[in-house]
Design a protein around this ligand. Structure first.
Ligand SMILES: Cc1cc2nc3c(=O)[nH]c(=O)nc-3n(C[C@H](O)[C@H](O)[C@H](O)COP(=O)(O)OP(=O)(O)OC[C@H]3O[C@@H](n4cnc5c(N)ncnc54)[C@H](O)[C@@H]3O)c2cc1C
Length: 317
């Protein structure tokens, strides 16, 4: 069976959830062969095996951490030449898309980004134009490079050997043009990472102030959820920009998205409309966000949210 190369996203210690999502998806099309750059592969091996990785190519040279995207693309291009994979899967994250695009240029193969589903013939369901249009698209030239959105696939365990295979390439000087000069680890607290969370609770302008975002945090914490925000909230300085959901913020696709005091502008929808279940709290029954809602409460969030938190508390205590 042909290999499916899967570019791993990780933080040097932990495998990002999107990686096991891609491995789960890859099993349908061939032998998942994870491509791991930098340190941490040994620690991650068990988790990759749990989701059915057949092989883990490990390139642990420092250049993958020191330079942006290009060395990873060179590595993938080299492995693709050696392994003749049936497809290459990368996460549809900022870095994954850049690596994928560079690989496409190097190989002349076609790439599809923002993919949320894949048919057996590798026809991709793709979300484009800020989420306004879903299209079915298929790569016609070379081996398909598919960038899959985090949370689009439900990870399913299936044991695999995850045999580690060290690889080393000489990274060209051309791939060392942009150097990482510093890294700042963001304080995440106890909440899950926004793009990986199974539940996201987002607050909009209806929340009214920075202080009132505490209400959104309470609801999120009662559900073990990540906190998100609309751009109205982040632009007003009520919550940090890194939590913005939407076209110019993060794209999330959780099992449950709770939109509180958010009207549902197209730019916000672009970042959340592929969520599996959408719940809305808004006092305006005409708010466009209700068009997307699986469950909606027309009401004042300052009354609804505390009651919701109390009820969840009763059920979980
Ligand atoms: C190029 C561009 C990019 C953009 N990118 C993004 C993006 O990435 N993400 C994003 O979110 N936006 C983005 N925007 C902005 C977007 O167009 C909207 O302005 C923004 O999403 C509105 O945020 P909101 O829904 O919180 O506020 P509003 O549209 O003002 O909606 C507030 C809602 O709260 C409700 N409400 C008020 N009080 C209460 C209450 N007490 N209880 C219950 N409900 C209440 C109101 O009924 C209303 O529906 C972008 C815009 C542009 C032009």
């Amino acid at each position: 069976m042909a290999e499916i190369l899967v570019l791993a996203e990780h933080d040097g210690e932990t495998v990002k959830k999107v990686t096991v999502e891609l491995v789960t998806l890859a099993r349908r099309f061939g032998e998942p062969a994870v491509v791991w750059t930098g340190p941490g592969a040994q620690a991650a091996q068990a988790r990759l095996a749990e989701y059915g990785a057949a092989k883990v190519y490990v390139a642990d040279g420092p250049e993958y951490d020191e330079y942006i995207a290009a060395p990873k693309a060179e590595l993938l291009a080299e492995l693709a030449k050696q392994a003749s994979p049936a497809a290459v899967f990368v996460p549809s994250t900022a870095e994954g898309r850049e690596v994928g695009a560079r690989l496409a240029v190097k190989t002349g193969w076609g790439i599809l980004t923002d993919v949320v589903g894949l048919a057996d013939d590798l026809t991709a369901e793709q979300v484009i134009f800020g989420g306004a249009i879903n299209v079915a698209a298929r790569v016609r030239t070379g081996t398909p490079i598919i960038a899959v959105r985090p949370n689009a696939i439900t990870p399913e365990a299936a044991a695999g050997p995850a045999v580690i295979e060290p690889v080393a390439i000489t990274v060209s000087e051309g791939a060392k043009q942009a150097k990482v000069t510093g890294r700042v680890v963001q304080q995440r607290g106890a909440r899950p990472e926004l793009t990986e969370a199974s539940i996201v609770v987002s607050g909009g302008r209806g929340v009214g102030s920075a202080d009132n975002m505490a209400l959104i945090e309470q609801l999120a914490d009662s559900l073990g959820a990540a906190v998100g925000a609309s751009r109205a909230v982040t632009d007003a300085g009520w919550y940090p920009h890194q939590f913005q959901v939407g076209q110019t913020g993060k794209t999330v696709s959780p099992q449950l998205y709770v939109a509180v005091g958010i009207s549902g502008a197209i730019q916000h929808r672009a970042g959340m409309q592929t969520s599996k279940t959408i719940m809305v709290v808004n006092k305006d029954p005409e708010a466009p966000i209700f068009e997307l809602a699986d469950f909606g409460v027309v009401g004042d969030l300052f009354k609804v949210v505390p009651q919701l938190v109390e009820e969840i508390g009763k059920r979980t205590s």
